[in-house]
Design a protein around this ligand. Structure first.
Ligand code: SAH
Length: 251
């Protein structure tokens, strides 16, 4: 991706409440499955936190200090502002780092949370690379693009093999967790409204003003066209894929 393309992505997404599919109720469901709600004085990293949709839920619901990590400072600024407004600043600290080079001490985290972001370093790389940072018995909670069926239309398969060849079934993702030293505690599928109402519709509502602000540049139009293709594909083929939420414990 060029700097120009990254700059445009930031402009398009920084005003969003979230930068990927998800929802507060689903973050809370994952929390219930994790057992973290009963624990005290937790230290948690929210990796690829974006503007902080999940970070604020964790800070609100848990007795925890949240280290919110993203490699885009523009998103972290938004999170700082919203945390301040919600009276959560004391419980959230933002830090600009790449997810494949985290500065945390080994065995220092009670949990690693990451919604819609681990694909940036690849699921297996992520679960493997982050494991040493967790305390024994620490929790890993990640959402990841997942095939819902064994068979699927060819054009859908072609699209995802090009975009993210590590896309796989839940059974295969669970096997990745097991062979990398985790015990699965829970799994669920994000419901459709997490994609359509919570993510795609607000994104589509920003498309026109974004194009205007960018003077209808060729690069801005290309970004919107790619968004539209992704959204069309989801609407057509949502029976075949979506996000799985995986909650696991360091074995
Ligand atoms: N968790 C948020 C954002 C998901 S979008 C939500 O659910 O709304 C994925 C996020 O990962 C973006 O904020 C993006 O900036 C971040 N990201 C992508 N590559 C990254 C990397 N290498 N290191 C850290 N963050 C990264």
């Amino acid at each position: 991706m060029t700097d120009e393309e990254l700059g445009l992505l930031v402009e398009l997404h920084k005003e969003g409440m979230r930068q990927g599919p998800g929802g507060a109720d689903e973050t809370r469901l994952a929390l219930r499955l994790s057992g973290l709600s009963e624990k005290k004085d937790l230290k948690i990293a929210d990796i690829g936190c974006g503007t902080g949709s999940s970070t604020r839920v964790l800070a609100e619901d848990l007795d925890a200090f949240i280290l919110a990590v993203d490699f885009l400072p523009e998103f972290l600024e938004k999170l700082d502002a919203s945390a301040e407004k919600a009276g959560l600043s004391e419980r959230i600290r933002t830090a600009c780092h790449s997810m494949d080079d985290l500065p945390f001490v080994e065995e220092s985290l009670d949990a690693i949370w990451s919604e819609g972001a681990i694909y940036n370093m690849g699921f297996e790389n992520g679960v493997k690379g982050w494991r040493p940072l967790l305390k024994p018995g620490g929790i890993l909670a990640v959402s990841e693009i997942t095939w819902f069926t064994d068979q699927r239309p060819q054009d859908l398969d072609d699209y995802w093999q090009a975009a993210y060849p590590e896309i796989d079934t839940a059974a295969a993702k669970m096997a990745v967790l097991e062979r990398n030293g985790y015990t699965l505690l829970g799994y669920f599928v994000l419901p459709e409204h997490c994609w359509l109402e919570n993510y795609y519709r607000p994104l589509q509502n920003r498309h026109n003003s974004f194009l205007q602000a960018q003077g209808n540049s060729v690069a801005a139009q290309a970004l919107i066209a790619a968004d539209k293709q992704e959204i069309d594909l989801y609407e057509r083929y949502k029976a075949y894929y979506g996000y799985g939420f995986y909650i696991a414990e360091k074995a």
